[in-house]
Design a protein around this ligand. Structure first.
Ligand code: SAM
Ligand code: SF4
Ligand code: SF4
Length: 387
């Protein structure tokens, strides 16, 4: 059901593509023709939550706490589950330089999010370290008060950049690595990148003081599930927390099939048979990874079971794409264009009110509603909004 109504949060006229039981993300779209119209409307109806930094909550009473910022849609890998090279080939139209947010624009938006209660920002991509001078953005963001500033990377450029990132104020890094087996890893990353160089990146990050480093492994049944035990053994010895991520139906280009998902429970069963495990309580409400501890005291692992054990109920995350669109769910069909507000000269109050309005209308819970039918819905690609 498609209708138009005035948003209680922003005062803007919005196109609402939600129907009853519709699993698509909130697709509010600004219909106001000019910025003048938008600004006039916003000025008359600034959302109360944007004036008093009270906690913003969505329609399911979930607070806004966590912002992922994609700094580029480009990557030097072509992981089969994320940017398959058949689709992301030499002719693929990536965003142009003028289309992506500048460091100034990102910082300005980040300030507004922090004022709304966001305490954690994760830089992601695409591959964030391919964005030139990323440490300069880190330096700007790390000056925001009380912020936990992290980065997710494929590790390929970490050995060179870790010291500068640490100096600029980065708190910690997560590194993605899907296997220790050269042939499996090179097949998965699509560009023949070697395991050894990612391991060097992890070591450089630890040496630079960016620890504790967490390692992310996406498990795709039949492709790298035979690497689970060797990965667990290696990172147990190194003292790094390894997090297993269920292969997800993000975007469309990976041709996801449920049969290729290895359930988190099966991963726990396999590791437990080798090194007994016991469950641990979450570190904080809404923590994405379920925690398990090795009974022999050699650290812990995490399981991100977004397919078999949805955690939408506590989801307090939002994602800003490199071109400045705000996505309130990893599986959203469309984002909300903050770049045009920024470039049309919106004040902080206007930006704040727009963000408050978007979050107030949020009803996303895709993973709880996932079915055979939902995977065909139009969805944004992971490389646009980060993990
Ligand atoms: N390039 C960086 C990296 O790989 O760490 C950051 C961006 S990447 C999109 C963020 C995370 O998403 C990575 O840990 C990656 O493995 C994960 N990811 C990508 N596609 C996925 C999928 N289809 N299912 C589950 N995780 C996925
Ligand atoms: Fe690049 Fe990360 Fe996607 Fe792999 S998962 S293709 S490294 S963005
Ligand atoms: Fe959050 Fe994922 Fe659920 Fe979307 S599907 S609401 S991103 S937990």
């Amino acid at each position: 059901m498609v209708g138009t109504r005035r948003c209680v949060g922003t005062g803007l006229f919005l196109r609402d593509n939600h129907g009853p039981g519709d699993i698509r993300s909130c697709e509010a779209e600004y219909l106001a023709d000019t910025f003048a119209q938008k600004a006039a409307l916003l000025a008359s109806t600034v959302h109360p939550a944007s004036r008093d930094s009270v906690t913003l909550t969505d329609t399911l009473n979930r607070p806004l706490r966590d912002l992922r910022i994609s700094v580029t849609d480009r990557c030097n890998f072509r992981c089969v589950y994320c940017m398959p090279k058949e689709v992301f080939g030499p002719d693929y139209a990536f965003l142009g330089r003028d289309e992506i947010l500048t460091f100034e624009e990102i910082t300005r938006l980040a300030q507004v999010f922090v004022a709304h209660g966001v305490g954690k920002i994760r830089l992601t991509g695409g591959e964030p370290l391919v964005r030139r001078d990323l440490h300069e953005l880190v330096a700007r963001l790390s000056s925001l008060p009380g912020l936990d500033l992290a980065l997710t990377t494929n590790g390929s450029l970490l050995a060179q950049q870790a010291p500068a990132l640490k100096k600029a104020g980065l708190t910690r890094v997560n590194v993605s690595l899907d296997s220790l087996d050269e042939s499996v890893f090179q097949t998965m990353n699509g560009v023949g990148f070697s395991v050894a160089r990612v391991l060097q990146g992890i070591e450089a990050a630890i040496a630079a003081g960016l620890g504790p480093v967490k390692v992310n492994m996406v498990v795709k049944r039949g492709l790298n599930d035979a690497s689970i035990l060797s990965m667990a053994g290696h990172f147990r010895e190194m003292g790094c927390t390894l997090r297993f991520i269920e292969y997800m139906d993000v975007g469309h280009t990976n041709h996801w099939r449920m049969q290729e998902v290895l359930p988190a429970a099966e991963i726990v069963r396999r590791i437990n048979a080798q090194w007994p495990l016991e469950p641990l309580a979450p570190n904080y409400p809404g923590e994405v990874a379920e925690r398990w501890r090795y009974k022999d005291g050699r650290g812990e692992i995490g399981l991100v079971a977004s397919v078999t054990k949805a955690f939408c109920r506590d989801c307090s995350r939002t994602r800003l794409s490199a071109e400045g669109k705000l996505y309130t769910c990893l599986f959203a069909t469309r984002g909300h264009d903050l770049r045009s507000l920024l470039r049309d000269g919106a004040s902080d109050e206007v930006l704040s009110s727009a963000i408050a309005g978007i979050w107030h209308r949020r009803a996303d819970r895709y993973s709880e509603l996932r079915s055979d039918k939902t995977s065909d819905l139009p969805k944004v690609e992971m490389s646009h909004i980060g993990g």
